[in-house]
Design a protein around this ligand. Sequence first.
Ligand SMILES: [Zn+2]
Length: 262
Amino acid sequence: MSYIHVQEGIILRTLFLAYSVFILFYFYDCNYIQATTASREVYEKTGNVIWEGNTQEKIVAITFDDGPHPSYTPQILDILAKYNAKATFFVSGNKVKSYPDILEREVKEGHEIANHTYNHIYNKNMSAVLLSSELDQTDKVIWEIAKYKPSLYRPVGGFHNDLIINTAVKKGFKVVLWSWSQDPQDWKRPAANTISNHIIKSLRAGDIILLHDWTDRPQTVKALETTLDYLYKNGYECVTVSDLLFRSNNSSPSLFRTFPVK
Ligand SMILES: [Zn+2]
């Protein structure tokens, strides 16, 4: 065998070995490779992912993410009670663990509790194993306190792809996002009237409105009062997300009924 043939053999074996290692790594670690993301149209048709209710009835669902918060959530609950409004709280499991009394109050006052993961990790490429654990831990802590199993889940930051959706759906959750025109970005702490004006300006029957009850939120509390005042003066009812879906015809989805307002 010539020197050239020996060299060729070494190169081929090296390439084959590199290819094998790549294939092995890919299948071993495929959980961590970003899953594909389909369009809203595709997901909405499955009925597993919800942006809003499809209804002409004047009902909307106000949602609060990331709590419960020891100071702001009780203030929000007081205002909701004043208007006999029902809301949905997408809670973080670790906050529930710290403030179980507030979760109990949310349940007792007829609000819906939904799963927003345990540690609120921002990771678009989260593995199925980690997401499952986050969902299970949150369900467990909610069950221990309220004997209640949530049926709705909102991904952190709204990040969703096939892997995230399929993992949640396998566990019996519906994935709930929000109406594209109903994200007043209260987490950026704009003035209270900026938040309420944003909601009121683009309000439609069936909307799912995104607000937050964690961290420093005096503007959100103030904006909630103004918003509820407007809603009730204009004949709207605030219901939980599950109630909104029950009273909507989401078997024929509300494709692109609303668009993001710039
Ligand atoms: Zn969140």
